[in-house]
Write a protein that binds this ligand. Structure first.
Ligand SMILES: Nc1ncnc2c1ncn2[C@@H]1O[C@H](COP(=O)(O)OP(=O)(O)OP(=O)(O)O)[C@@H](O)[C@H]1O
Ligand SMILES: [Mg+2]
Length: 260
């Protein structure tokens, strides 16, 4: 199962991707693909060092059209044998595994002023996901870039499901609605997780979501311990948000993963 974690900037995609990975680890081998071209703290939050970006493995960043043209060569380069790409077979410098057992692969980061847009990274993500060969016991969570770029590059087509993380803002809900329509059109599993929720705001977000025809599958409470560990760039510390994520995974996400 390949699940994209999407949502508005700052809604909590990266943090929830890591917490979900930790929970899923009890049942699956879990990989995170960091396809966000700008933020770089995921490895610190996971407690690993930054792996070499995959874009370097395929010869460096190119124009998106070049990457599209090069797809067969890229797939060949990334596949160790016939039958598709296996993340576990990537050279060790391109994949790091946390002490708990979550593995991380990074697509690439925009680092230099004027280096061009991030579209090529989305194309590379699509090529990787579209040719990934997964075992039954493997789950891949894709921590995406904020907003809609990945929709424009049709990354959703090569995933099995979409989790949208919404914070309590109208913009977040709007993006979730847009992604719901994409998921419906493509026939993908779809979940909405409301994050950073406090008791006083909970009813309002449910009310606003339901007005839009959006179903919220689960709520993750605002967790001060988590917030502080992020601020300090430490491996994530959380009990409140983690317990909420746990419930959402067991009650809402796993039943669908297993059924599909
Ligand atoms: N449940 C939560 N409780 C408290 N703080 C949270 C929670 N979830 C996320 N945060 C805070 O929100 C910040 C943004 O979270 P995160 O980096 O995961 O968002 P993002 O959607 O990945 O952002 P970006 O779009 O920039 O990649 C974190 O630094 C963290 O402090
Ligand atoms: Mg992020």
């Amino acid at each position: 199962m390949k699940i994209m974690v999407c949502g508005k900037g700052g809604s909590g995609k990266t943090v929830l991707t890591i917490l979900m990975a930790k929970v899923l680890l009890r049942k699956f081998k879990v990989y995170i693909i960091d396809s966000d071209e700008s933020n770089s703290l995921l490895p610190s939050f996971l407690g690993v060092k930054q792996p070499k970006p995959l874009v370097e493995y395929v010869g460096g960043k190119r124009e998106e059209e070049d990457f599209e043209r090069m797809e067969p060569d890229i797939v060949k380069a990334l596949s160790m044998a016939r039958g598709g790409i296996k993340l576990s077979s990537l050279p060790s410098e391109y994949i790091v595994t946390s002490s708990e057992g979550v593995s991380l692969v990074t697509i690439g980061k925009v680092r230099e002023y004027g280096e061009g847009c991030a579209c090529p990274f989305n194309i590379l993500t699509r090529i990787l996901l579209g040719n990934l060969s997964l075992e039954e016991d493997e789950v891949v969570l894709i921590d995406t870039d904020a907003g809609v770029e990945h929709i424009g590059r049709r990354v959703e087509e090569v995933s099995d499901g979409i989790i949208v993380v919404v914070d309590p803002t109208a913009e977040s809900l709007e993006l979730a609605l847009m992604l719901m329509k994409v998921a419906e059109k493509l026939g993908k599993s779809f979940w909405v997780i409301a994050n950073k929720i406090t008791e006083d705001i909970k009813d309002s977000i449910f009310e606003e979501a339901s007005k839009m025809g959006l179903n919220i599958d689960g709520v993750v409470r605002f967790d001060k311990e988590l917030y502080t560990s992020c601020l300090k760039r430490e491996p994530l510390k959380s009990s409140i948000a983690l317990s909420d994520v746990e419930r959402i995974i067991w009650e809402k996400i796993l039943p669908k993963i297993v059924r599909d």
